[in-house]
Ligand binder design. Structure first.
Ligand code: ADP
Ligand code: MG
Length: 235
């Protein structure tokens, strides 16, 4: 009778944990996890696709020429012209090249650059090429003063792997800008990319922050219907 009792107990325990796991992953939840996994997979595939386009289309001469054109479009944009404080990014080898652009504008505007600190981006004021150091991911970062007056930032140039016409952005997969951008809601967010990085659709998630405009060549400016440009009409 002891063995029968143990058997019954084990059955009850097993049934409970089965019910619990089933309740935990009930209907909607299971569906949500499946959709999230699918979206993550699509993001990963899109990153791979863009990387292969980069090696095909983006020789270093092309990259220099196109970067100059793209940044000419950025500096001609009313939002850039009106901006006093601008968060730029110090480009890596496969991004729209911002190195000379940063130097060029630092005498006229207050230029900020991101610094990777753990899972977050801290902002520092750019004070010149000598005040730079190599940080995480091999990115050049300023050693200047930390900047926390987020409300004073007028414009943010956001790098990305891909963008779509609705302003959705795909990053490198670490979510750094998704965590930074909500802290600077008043700034105009400009996605900066080569034309082949502007794709039909970027899989977006609830935490992904949309761009206000996309700056690339071929098209001067792309706004999107869900997010018009009040923050950029500040001239
Ligand atoms: P990326 O924007 O670099 O392409 P994802 O949008 O896929 O990358 O985000 C990468 C990961 O970062 C997400 O899986 C999520 O866990 C995390 N993440 C993104 N945004 C946030 C956020 N606002 N708060 C906390 N974690 C976030
Ligand atoms: Mg994201």
């Amino acid at each position: 009778s002891l063995s029968v009792c143990v058997c019954v107990c084990v059955c009850i325990l097993l049934k409970c944990s089965y019910c619990k796991s089933k309740a935990y992953l009930s209907g909607g939840n299971r569906m949500k996890i499946a959709i999230d996994l699918k979206r993550m997979k699509r993001k990963k595939e899109l990153r791979k696709h863009i990387a292969s386009l980069k090696t095909q289309l983006c020789t270093s001469t092309m990259r220099k020429l196109q970067s100059a054109k793209i940044l000419a479009a950025l500096e001609a944009h009313p939002a850039f012209r009106a901006a006093n404080t601008i968060l730029l990014y110090h480009s890596l080898g496969d991004e729209v090249d911002t190195h000379t652009f940063i130097k060029k504008w630092s005498s006229e505007k207050r230029i900020l650059l991101p610094v990777v600190v753990g899972d977050d981006l801290e902002l520092r004021i750019y004070t010149g090429p000598d005040d730079m150091t190599t940080g995480s991911y091999g990115i050049e970062e300023p050693t200047g003063e930390v900047f926390t007056d987020y409300a004073a930032i007028d414009l943010i140039a956001v790098p990305g792997v891909a963008f779509d016409r609705k302003g959705n952005r795909l990053g490198r997969g670490k979510g750094y800008y998704d965590r930074l951008l909500p802290r600077i809601p008043s700034a105009c967010k400009a996605g900066i990319c080569f034309p082949f990085q502007l794709v039909e659709e970027v899989p977006a998630e609830s935490f992904d922050i949309r761009m206000d405009i996309i700056i690339t060549t071929n098209e001067n400016e792309l706004s999107h219907p869900y997010h018009p440009l009040p923050s950029c009409d500040r001239e």
